[in-house]
Design a protein around this ligand. Structure first.
Ligand SMILES: Nc1ncnc2c1ncn2[C@@H]1O[C@H](COP(=O)(O)OP(=O)(O)OP(=O)(O)O)[C@@H](O)[C@H]1O
Ligand SMILES: [Mg+2]
Length: 298
C-alpha cells in the first residue's frame, strides 16, 4: 500500500491536485492540509476554491474572499483564492455572447443572436461550465507561476461541457494536462461510513471513464481508540468506533490499495493555520492502530 507521502515522492511533477467527495466529508480540510505540507517543503502552492459556498476563509481563520489570490498569513508559500461564482458567470456570459454573435456573422446567418445567447446562458449547467472554464484558466495561466495547484472541488461533467470541450482548443490543452498521471491526481475524501464510501466507489468509476488519474483515497475523521475506548468515554463513542472499524473493513476490501492517508477526528473543527498544520502532519504520518491489521486481512 502506497502512502500519500510515498506517492508524492514518486510523482514529483504532480502539479494539479483535486480533492473530491460527498458534501462535508473534509475536502477543504484535506486540500488545505496537502497545500500546507507541500508549501512547507518549499513549493509555491495555489489553493483554489471553486465552491459557490467558500470555506477557505473560515478554515484558515482569515479573510481570503474577494476572488483574488492572497498569500495565507502564517502559512508561508500557501496562496489561496476563493473564486467568485457571480463574477465568473458574468464574464463567461459575455464571452459566449461574443462567440455566438461572431458565429452567426461568420456563417452569414441573418438571425437575432439574443435567443441563442439566452438558451446557451440560462442552461442550468451554465454556471458549472463557467466555473470549469475558470478552472482551465487557473491550469493554463495563473497556475503557471505556482509549483502546485490544488482545487478543493470535484470536477463534474455534463453534455454542455462536453460540447465546449470539443469546441475549444484551450480545453484540449487542459485535457492533456488533466489526464496525465505525472502531473495530475484526483483524491477522494471520505469518512469511515457507508454513504461517503459508496459515493467514492461511484466517483471512481466516473473519474476513470474520463481518464482522470486517481491519486487515491483519504479517510477523514477517524476516531482514535485511546479517545473512543477510554474509560468514561461512554457507549456512544465506543459504538461509533466499532462502526468505523467495520466500515474500514469494507473500504479496505473494496479499495484497499488506494487508501493513501488518514486524518483523525479532532476535538474541535479545523479552523486556523495551526489546525491546518496538524491536518498536514497527520495526512503524511498518522496511521490508525487498526490499519495494519485490517489491511493485512483484506
Ligand atoms: N478531522 C476533523 N476533525 C474535526 N473536524 C473536522 C475534521 N475534518 C473536517 N472537520 C470539520 O468538518 C466540517 C466540514 O469539513 P470541510 O469543510 O473540510 O468539508 P468539505 O467536504 O469541504 O465540505 P463541503 O462539501 O461543504 O465543501 C468543517 O467544519 C471542518 O472544520
Ligand atoms: Mg469544501
Amino acid at each position: 500500500m502506497t502512502t500519500l507521502l510515498e506517492l508524492l515522492e514518486q510523482r514529483p511533477k504532480m502539479r494539479y491536485i483535486f480533492t473530491g467527495g460527498k458534501g462535508g466529508v473534509g475536502k477543504t480540510a484535506a486540500a488545505a492540509g496537502l497545500a500546507y505540507y507541500l508549501a512547507s517543503k518549499g513549493d509555491r502552492v495555489l489553493l483554489a476554491s471553486l465552491n459557490p459556498v467558500h470555506s477557505l476563509s473560515s478554515l484558515f481563520g482569515q479573510s481570503l474572499s474577494g476572488g483574488k489570490v492572497i498569500e495565507v498569513k502564517g502559512a508561508k508559500n500557501v496562496h489561496a483564492v476563493e473564486v467568485e461564482t457571480s463574477e465568473v458567470v458574468e464574464r463567461y456570459r459575455n464571452s459566449i455572447r461574443g462567440r455566438v454573435k461572431e458565429f452567426l456573422k461568420w456563417a452569414d446567418i441573418p438571425l437575432d443572436a439574443r435567443p441563442f445567447i439566452e438558451i446557451a446562458t440560462t442552461n442550468p449547467a451554465f454556471e458549472e461550465s463557467a466555473m470549469f472554464d475558470r478552472m482551465v484558466d487557473y491550469i493554463l495561466k495563473e497556475g503557471e507561476s505556482f509549483d502546485r495547484v490544488i482545487f478543493e472541488e470535484e470536477v463534474r461533467k455534463d453534455p454542455l461541457m462536453a460540447d465546449l470541450i470539443s469546441m475549444n482548443e484551450r480545453f484540449e490543452k487542459a485535457k492533456g494536462v488533466l489526464v496525465d498521471p505525472e502531473r495530475t491526481a484526483f483524491f477522494f475524501v471520505t469518512l469511515p461510513l457507508a454513504l461517503p464510501i459508496a459515493v467514492v466507489r461511484r466517483f471512481i468509476g466516473m473519474v476513470q471513464k474520463f481518464n482522470i488519474p486517481i491519486g487515491g483515497v483519504i479517510v477523514n475523521e477517524i476516531l482514535r481508540p485511546e479517545v473512543a475506548l477510554q474509560t468514561g468515554a461512554g457507549e456512544y463513542l465506543a459504538n461509533k468506533y466499532h462502526e468505523q472499524t467495520a466500515y474500514m473493513k469494507v473500504l479496505y476490501r473494496d479499495l484497499g490499495p488506494l487508501v493513501r492517508g488518514y486524518i483523525p477526528l479532532y476535538s474541535s473543527e479545523v479552523t486556523g493555520v495551526e489546525m491546518v498544520r496538524r491536518v498536514s502532519e497527520d495526512l503524511m504520518s498518522y496511521t490508525p492502530s487498526f490499519a495494519a491489521e485490517l489491511a493485512g486481512a483484506a
